[in-house]
Design a protein around this ligand. Structure first.
Ligand SMILES: Nc1nc2c(c(=O)[nH]1)N(C=O)[C@@H](CNc1ccc(C(=O)N[C@@H](CCC(=O)O)C(=O)O)cc1)CN2
Ligand SMILES: Nc1ncnc2c1ncn2[C@@H]1O[C@H](COP(=O)(O)OP(=O)(O)OP(=O)(O)O)[C@@H](O)[C@H]1O
Length: 195
């Protein structure tokens, strides 16, 4: 029987939690070497990343490199149950605690529509399906971008150990265009059927 999203989420998260802080830091640094594959030439890119929580991969070394290459950054701010926006972020900014262990730019920072979103995740599969913490925050935020006519590129950032055999995708789930792990950057073929 196929595994449920909840089982897949818990097993992948426990594998992620088992990595040591040193292993996680080494891999976070390794992502920097794949930046050029993601953006051969940066022009007018607003990249939404995230402030890492729990045992998520730390995107900050990669974010610093993207800024040096000319990208503008944004990170999520929760605005209600299941709702978030991406707010402009600068590396020297003082962030505010916004619940569930997250930190975000303060209210006065402008909400932006990213051209690329680097997503944290609990689990991913070889078709680009992903599972988060189950709040539907990313699915709703990306659906809002689409409703505004924007089509940001969706790149998951994860450890190889978070890959699972097959995620039972639901109609609201929006698949990744690519995944970046310690093994490199992999693009998914965008098939009509993700299951
Ligand atoms: N770094 C980061 N920022 C993010 C997200 C994310 O996944 N990663 N989000 C993407 O959604 C939003 C926050 N969503 C979250 C949803 C659940 C939990 C979480 O830890 N839930 C716990 C229960 C916590 C509690 O109730 O105190 C759990 O699932 O066990 C954290 C953030 C916005 N910012
Ligand atoms: N675009 C949407 N509009 C309304 N509800 C949605 C939307 N996307 C997801 N949801 C709801 O959010 C809840 C969580 O969805 P799901 O389990 O797919 O979360 P997730 O992908 O793990 O979380 P996240 O997107 O925050 O990483 C579900 O109840 C789902 O129905």
């Amino acid at each position: 029987m196929p595994q449920t999203k909840e089982t897949l989420r818990q097993t992948a998260l426990s594998r992620r939690d088992s990595l040591s802080a040193n292993e996680r830091a080494d891999i976070a640094q390794k992502l920097v070497s794949y930046a050029d594959q993601l953006f051969p030439h940066i022009t007018d890119e607003t990249v939404a990343a995230f402030w890492p929580i729990r045992s998520e991969i730390d995107p900050r070394p990669l974010m610093a490199t993207l800024v040096q290459q000319g990208a503008a950054l944004a990170i999520p701010a929760m605005t209600g149950a299941g709702q978030m926006v991406f707010r402009h972020y600068q590396q020297d900014m003082t962030l505010v605690a916004t619940g569930l262990g997250t930190f975000s730019p303060p209210d006065r920072e402008t909400a932006v529509t990213p051209t690329t979103i680097l997503l944290p995740l609990a689990a991913f599969d070889d078709k680009g399906n992903r599972i988060g913490y189950g709040g539907g925050y990313y699915d709703r935020a990306i659906a809002r971008c689409h409703a505004q006519g924007a089509k940001p590129r969706l790149v998951g950032l994860a450890f190889d150990c978070q890959q699972v055999a097959a995620i039972p995708a639901e109609s609201h789930d929006i698949a990744l265009d690519a995944i970046m792990t310690e093994s490199g950057l992999r693009w998914f073929i965008q098939a009509a059927m993700k299951n």
